[in-house]
Design a protein around this ligand. Structure first.
Ligand code: HEM
Length: 334
């Protein structure tokens, strides 16, 4: 998939360079990462425009809970946000189901995720995925597969814009490993400082900061007793900035992820992709994608703060910056 990542990154860098000056980079990050998911995972998907789906999932309707939701009222109790959400989701599911049908009838072979899901058989009973499972997977991958990476890239650009010395190191590494050429699979493995920068951005502005679970049995957490049936919210934003786990937790310091300084760190001190059986299935995909974009961007343009204002993260399912992310883009000569 590296070639698809590199192509999307170069097209995105070209759009940002063409815009140049002060640009709100957030919409561009969404557009580019959505393109990557559609090209690599759902190349044959011809259902609802992905932008519509993304808006339904991350726009105001879904992520703004109503008072009824907060009170735990059952989903059939009507409220304006709820019925709008339900009708949009119904329409999207229907379109995704029709896209699956069309793909079944075609003999297209693109090697994408949808083809793999259609061909998949349970090794024990040879059962194929049901239509409902296919639709669930399509919608999950579009939603889970781009917004988090877009948020990661947005905050990474912000952090890099405000740390010229980090930007210079990224540029030097990208040029040394890749020259002027596109990002390659082999090159990606050697972009180690890029990886540290992305990790540090994931720590400071964890894109998916809430992991939710319902306790299946009573659990003794020392100072806290969790009763079976309790809903538990793990706040990764707090975990990743805890002074008990991190020195100078608010500082942007990519070197804290160097091999030397990472040695001995507890596995669950840093879990932007979750952990355990439900760990993010796209973690490697996302890291490769983010590194590809970063190495392409730093060689194409310099990025600087547009003002002294500090953007604040706003939690709506993901941690996007409140009011967008205006940054100054200065295309590099040549
Ligand atoms: C920086 C980018 C990303 C972040 C921070 C992120 C974060 C997470 C987290 C924290 C979870 C676990 C949720 C839980 O335990 O309840 C998760 C699950 C998941 N992620 Fe990601 N993710 C990212 C990118 C991606 C990408 C690119 C894809 C698809 C290609 C993806 C697909 C999924 C799926 C399908 C799950 C559910 C896995 C399961 O429940 O078995 N994610 N992600």
């Amino acid at each position: 998939m590296t070639a698809a990542f590199a192509g999307a990154a170069e097209a995105s860098a070209a759009r940002l360079c063409a815009a140049s000056g002060v640009v709100d980079v957030e919409p561009e990050m969404r557009r580019a990462t959505l393109q990557v998911v559609m090209d690599t995972l759902l190349a044959s998907y011809d259902g609802a425009a992905p932008e519509v789906l993304a808006h339904t999932l991350f726009g105001d309707v879904v992520v703004r809970p109503t008072a009824l939701d907060l009170l735990g009222a059952p989903p059939w109790i009507p409220a304006p946000g709820r019925s709008l959400y339900r009708s949009r989701v119904r329409a999207l599911r229907e379109q995704a189901r029709e896209a699956v049908e069309r793909r079944r009838r075609s003999d297209l072979e693109t090697g994408d995720l949808l083809g793999a899901l259609l061909a998949a058989r349970d090794p024990e009973n040879a059962r194929a995925l049901s239509d409902q499972e296919l639709v669930d997977n399509i919608l999950t991958f579009i939603g889970a597969g781009h917004e988090t990476t877009a948020v990661t890239l947005t905050w990474t650009l912000y952090l890099v814009a405000n740390a010229p010395e980090v930007q210079a190191r990224l540029l030097a590494e990208a040029r040394q490993v890749l020259g002027d050429g596109p990002v390659t699979a082999d090159g990606l493995d050697r972009l180690t400082f890029h990886e540290q920068v992305v990790y540090e951005s994931l720590r400071l502005f964890t894109p998916g900061p809430l992991i939710l679970r319902t306790a299946r049995r009573d659990v003794d957490l020392g100072p806290v007793q969790v009763k079976a049936g309790t809903n538990v919210f793990c706040n990764l934003y707090v975990l990743h900035r805890s002074p008990r786990l991190w020195d100078h937790p608010s500082a942007f310091d990519p070197d804290r992820f160097s091999p030397e300084r990472s040695a001995g760190r507890r596995r669950f001190a840093f879990i932007p992709f979750g952990g355990g059986p439900r760990v993010c299935i796209g973690a490697r995909f996302a890291m490769m994608e983010a590194k590809t974009f970063l190495a392409t961007y730093v060689r194409a343009f310099a990025v600087e703060p547009a003002s002294a204002a500090q953007p604040l993260p706003r939690f709506r399912l993901t941690t996007s910056p409140d009011g967008g992310m205006p940054l100054r883009i200065r295309p590099r000569a040549g």
